[in-house]
Design a protein around this ligand. Structure first.
Ligand SMILES: [Fe+2]
Length: 274
């Protein structure tokens, strides 16, 4: 798979934090003690380091991480899974979206996490690896993540599951509460409610593969997180309490952008390095 670009650049991160705190440009410039022109230049992508650090402080973002992001100075080291893991990256309108397939190598039982724009490669992998798809777990029900749900569910007869808090109009979808447990052969999976970007955004924490794995949807991205203009602080809090508190070697499988790890995000994600 070609290298997937980071989902957000530094102007996206600033925009998400600014909208999250409900700050107008005027209010942000005043809070950061930068001029309106400096703020406008930053928002247009110009790197003025002192102003960038001041805006980071005003938005409770990590200044060092934001500067590194602006200078394209970091890309997450990609963890390798020997078996039982496949990532799919498909184009949806002008962006790309990720979906994942996990399986127990012994029993060949599998679970899908979202469908992306097009589930054909996933369906091919299920056939090629001789897997039985038991569950389709939804991180959330925004269009890009479930665009091919009908086809995947009909092709595999797998059960569709989502959070009880997430709106879903998929007929027959089953709902879980927080801390629900599922098992697929040797794999164990637990649901964590990390809402904010969507009302029922779910992180699935999976053990039994090469690394502990959190399928986080749009809760968090490599060096960014999903936008949540109306529940920004809840999204930050859930990410800190429920994702960043997982085991240090946990791999994060994000809804957009590359894979990352909890340890790397603690050093490089501007939202969590203030
Ligand atoms: Fe989303």
């Amino acid at each position: 798979m070609p290298r997937i670009p980071l989902e957000d650049n530094f102007t996206d991160v600033i925009g998400k934090a600014q909208r999250g705190y409900g700050l107008s440009d005027e209010a942000l410039a005043a809070k950061a003690e930068v001029t309106a022109a400096e703020l406008a230049a930053l928002q247009a992508g110009e790197i003025i380091e002192p102003a960038l650090r001041a805006v980071a402080r005003a938005l409770h973002l990590g200044g060092d991480a934001l500067v590194v992001l602006a200078r394209h100075g970091w890309y997450p080291e990609q963890p390798i899974f020997k078996r039982g893991f496949a990532m799919f990256n498909t184009a949806f309108e002008d962006m790309t979206v990720n979906s994942y397939l996990l399986w127990d190598p012994r029993s060949r039982l599998a679970a899908a996490f979202d469908t992306g724009a097009n589930a054909q490669s996933m369906i091919d992998t299920i056939a090629g690896e001789n897997l039985t798809l038991r569950h389709i777990f939804l991180t959330h029900t925004h269009d890009d993540h479930i665009a091919d749900l009908d086809r995947l569910a009909q092709a595999t007869k797998a059960e569709v599951w989502a959070s009880e808090l997430e709106p879903s109009d998929y007929p027959g979808a089953k709902v879980f509460q927080e801390n629900a447990h599922f098992h697929l052969g040797e794999l164990a999976l637990k649901t964590l409610f990390t809402w904010g970007h969507s009302p029922g955004m779910t992180t699935y924490f999976v053990t039994g593969l090469s690394w502990p794995l959190a399928v986080v949807g749009d809760s968090i991205f490599a060096s960014s997180m999903g936008g949540s203009p109306t529940h920004y602080e809840a999204q930050l809090r859930h990410n800190k309490q429920k994702i960043l508190s997982l085991r240090q070697d946990t791999v994060l499988a994000c809804g957009h952008g590359p894979l990352t790890t909890l340890k790397q995000e603690k050093q490089h994600n501007p939202f969590f390095t203030r």
